[in-house]
Design a protein around this ligand. Sequence first.
Ligand code: ZN
Length: 196
Amino acid sequence: MSILDIRVLGDPILRTVTKPVEAVTDEMRTLIGDMFETMYLAGGIGLAAPQVGREERIAVAHVDEHKFALVNPEVIERSGNDRSEEGCLSIPDIYGDVDRALTVTVRALDENGQSRDITASGLLARCMLHEIDHLDGKLFIDYLSTLKRRSVMSKWKKIQPDYPGFIRKVTAESRDETRPSGSRKTEGAEHHDTEM
Ligand code: ZN
């Protein structure tokens, strides 16, 4: 297993539309394993291939007891609406409320190449939609109001120099430093495991 570097906002790969995977090979399974390891170390609940500099249509998610590799995922049903806070491992320290479907069904291949339909509500639904957006070159900040987006971008301008070359190195130390108890304090607000 290897820990991968996470690409942050400004790296063009985050705006790239990914390519469908033709076969779930051992190489893909290694990538999936590395993505899970990287996600856990970074303290996230989801991670998509472009966030680690790859163009395959692959994401991983682990919300509560639900752990999935999503290969070539597509949303086949969505219903309801839910507005809640999101963060992104590729946009550290930035959070915003985003409207998403409350319940979705996603069809995807698993790490063995088997097709499965996953129906979920709430945070897992939100996480899968956030990751599928990544695979289409979309980011959660795209959904913010013009005003909120402007304030987020001016904050990001001050944060971005901490990530030279748009690279976020993920290490055990970096996690201990920034997430002492599985949550992070930013300007007085607590953000519980909403980064993906
Ligand atoms: Zn994200």
